[in-house]
Design a binder for this molecule. Structure first.
Ligand code: HEM
Length: 410
């Protein structure tokens, strides 16, 4: 995945020059997953005389590609997950029409251009790395062709820690609309919901945030609301490990080759009882230091955790019941690609905050479920966390110009 700029960053600088020189200025916001930048044609259409856009607002992630946009990149600062229920009347033809509309407007909006019937076209001109990623729930695939639904595209098995609420679970269709600017997300979501409303209605919406662009070093691991560095042991975008963990290569089913699966768990975090813990106990719960994120067996964030290491008292440095010890695979290789966004809806009546825990993997039953099963059995972190929402989606591959996401199924 690469990024480019949709408009100028400095008055008086030609767009072409900016595109060729602006990469360095993109900083945290514009770092391409594989370190590259697309220097393609600029697409934003700010009127002449209007002030040029800063790099964060102008940054563009291309919509077209083998894989859908919005997956293999350093996550944007904000996201909106929107799940829809299909209308009873939405048949295969209707679903095809809907997916064409979504793809065509997503292509425009992510390039910094107004949607086809845009009522507020000015709001489209600051894409800020806007991406729109489309996912299919079990209901949509069944509506098109029940024989095309892989066995894993179904609700996850029940876990003992689950306290799932229907209002945060399930869905026939998913749109993840993410960007470094919530204005860009609000506008794009509104345009896309207008496209969809003849065919489906919103089931739930979950909004999440990370650090704003430019507030932490480019590519740095983000913190969750417990204050922990969260995402250290993740495959890096552009790496061989990322491809192995995330992308589907086997033609079972053929329509998902180049796609992936997405599990979204809404996990409530009890910040009030977490506050009562001393720092040492907090670090023991995960097995990592809070300041540097280093494993309790090491010194630096990316030191490989040593589950056999002992501390000065001769006790295990990393507790066997810590989150790290329980979540880690036997050989230490990542099995899933985690993408956490924080949420905080506290509004009186107690804290309502937590993590939108997204997990991407080629096969959720083989990769996600065994980890969640281990964590449900034993994990110190369970004392402060409760899964309250759960949904599974198939993420079809990307499409080329003139095509639409989902064409391989529909
Ligand atoms: C609110 C809930 C959760 C919190 C606060 C949390 C937090 C953390 C933290 C701080 C780390 C260590 C740093 C890192 O490698 O990212 C971590 C690691 C990890 N977590 Fe979670 N996590 C949560 C839920 C989950 C869930 C639901 C799963 C999977 C079912 C999961 C799987 C993992 C894995 C696989 C690792 C990496 C272990 C390793 O290989 O070292 N976590 N988590």
């Amino acid at each position: 995945m690469t990024t480019s700029s949709a408009s100028g960053t400095e008055p008086g600088v030609s767009r072409r020059r900016l595109l060729l020189s602006g990469a360095a200025g993109l900083g945290a916001a514009g770092l391409g997953a594989a370190g590259g930048f697309a220097l393609g044609a600029a697409t934003a259409t700010a009127g002449s005389g209007s002030p040029a856009l800063p790099a964060v607002g102008a940054a563009v992630v291309p919509f077209h590609g083998t894989h859908q946009a919005g997956i293999e990149l350093h996550p944007q600062a904000h996201t909106s997950y929107l799940a829809f229920d299909l209308a009873p009347s939405a048949d295969r033809d209707g679903i095809r029409r809907m997916l064409r509309l979504i793809s065509s407007d997503a292509e425009r909006l992510t390039a910094g251009q107004p949607a086809l019937a845009d009522t507020e076209p000015e709001l489209a001109l600051t894409p800020a790395r806007l991406t729109v990623t489309v996912g299919f729930g079990p209901g949509l695939v069944d509506r098109v062709d029940p024989g095309a639904r892989p066995a894993w595209l179904a609700p996850l098995p029940a876990f003992s820690v689950d306290r799932l609420e229907p209002r945060w679970s399930g869905g026939d269709l998913l749109l993840e609309v993410a960007a470094d600017d919530p204005m860009s997300i609000a506008h794009a979501s509104r345009m896309l919901v207008k496209d969809i409303r003849r065919f489906a209605s919103i089931r739930w919406r979950q909004d999440g945030f990370r650090n704003a662009s430019g507030t932490t070093p480019a590519g740095a691991t983000q913190r969750n609301l417990f204050g922990q560095l969260d995402g250290t042991a993740n495959p890096a975008p552009g790496s061989e490990a990322f491809a192995r963990v995330v992308w589907r290569t086997r033609a079972d089913p053929a329509w998902l080759v180049g796609g992936t699966s997405f599990v979204l768990r809404r996990i409530a975090m009890n910040l009030d009882t977490w506050d009562e813990l001393d720092r040492g106990s907090r670090e023991q719960a995960v097995g990592r230091r809070l300041d540097t994120g280093a494993p309790l067996s090491g010194d630096r964030e990316f030191d490989v955790p040593d589950l056999e290491a002992r501390n000065a008292l001769g006790l295990p440095a990393i507790s066997a019941v810590s989150h790290l010890a329980r979540a880690r695979s036997a050989d230490g290789a990542p099995q899933i690609m985690r993408r956490g966004y924080n949420y905080d809806l506290t509004a009186g009546g107690g804290t309502d905050a937590g993590l939108l825990f997204g997990s991407m993997q080629a096969d959720p039953l083989a990769q996600f479920v065994p980890i969640q099963q281990r964590l449900a059995e034993v994990d110190l972190l369970n004392l402060w966390t409760t899964p309250i929402g759960s949904a599974v989606f198939a993420i079809p591959p990307g499409c080329g110009p003139g095509g639409y996401v989902g064409e391989t199924l529909v």
